[in-house]
Design a protein around this ligand. Structure first.
Ligand code: KIV
Length: 272
């Protein structure tokens, strides 16, 4: 159902918290451009994440590491312009917060000032505590990201499920509690066992958003290109496809090519 302008009530961190408190699940998707963000917002999505997955799905890189702060701000600015209701969160990209907390704060402020986004997301737990605290103290809402953290792919060496062993699971739980204590308004848990995600969602009071983290969390996020069936080679177990846009776009483009070649397009009504 589409949302009409006069009914629009913008989503805030406060509302996301209330959704967790009353057991209403939060629906989040990634977005990177104006046209798609407009559709997702009008469809009623609660949260749009300008993810650094833009590095993969928009720029064609193998990892999220190459995307720059300027490029993230470019994507975020386009998304923010399109949105009337959704809460917009932007990933701080690799290399623009790991150095020290001043660098982290500068990056977060650039994102907020230049794009008009509503919050930032950062990967990591205790290692980034100082940066998270400093950004929060500037009044910028921060979402945490634990479990599989793609910015550390070369440390892990693989995109398989994280925190299967007790030691890593315990650290993840402690990191989630720490991020809540610091003041994060929410945390993404990526690709971890469902029982651990449930435990985390019960142990902290802020909303936990899962991707490959099972059903017992407070909301779900997917990469838009994956759930719309654009990235047809990517088939992880956690992904549900809600459309087959790869086939739809291929069919439409083939039809257009046929019409052009057959001199059927444009016709009498389509010319001036
Ligand atoms: O960059 C991204 O798309 C993300 C989601 C997978 C949570 O961080």
């Amino acid at each position: 159902m589409s949302v009409h302008k006069k009914d629009i009530k913008k989503i805030t961190t406060h509302q996301l918290q209330e959704m967790k408190n009353r057991g209403e699940k939060i629906a989040m998707l990634t977005a990177y451009d104006f046209s798609m963000a407009k559709i997702l917002d009008a469809a009623g999505i609660d949260v749009l994440l300008v993810g650094d997955s833009a590095s993969n799905v928009m720029a064609g890189n193998e990892t999220t590491l190459p995307i720059t702060l300027d490029q993230m701000i470019y994507h975020a600015t386009s998304v923010v312009k399109a949105v009337e209701r959704a809460f917009v969160i932007v990933d701080i990209p690799f290399g623009s917060y790991q150095g020290n907390s001043s660098e982290a704060l500068r990056s977060a402020i650039r994102i907020m000032k230049e794009s008009g986004a509503h919050a930032v997301k950062m990967e990591g737990g205790s290692e980034i505590k100082e940066s998270v605290t400093r950004i929060l103290s500037a009044g910028v809402p921060v979402m945490g990201h634990l479990g599989l953290t793609p910015q550390s792919i070369f440390k892990f060496g693989t995109y398989t499920v994280r925190a299967k062993e007790e030691e890593e699971a315990n650290k993840l739980l402690e990191d989630a509690k720490l991020l809540e204590e610091c003041g994060c308004f929410s945390i993404v848990l990526e690709k971890i066992p469902a029982h651990l995600a449930k435990k985390v969602a019960e142990a902290v009071s802020i909303p936990i958003i899962g991707i490959g983290a099972g059903p017992d969390v407070d909301g779900q996020v997917l990469v838009m290109q994956d759930m719309l069936g654009i990235t047809k080679e990517f088939k992880p177990r956690f992904l549900r496809r809600y459309a087959d846009l790869y086939t739809s776009v291929t069919d439409a483009v083939s039809h257009y090519i046929e019409d052009v070649k057959a001199k059927d397009f444009p016709n009498e009504e389509e010319k001036y």
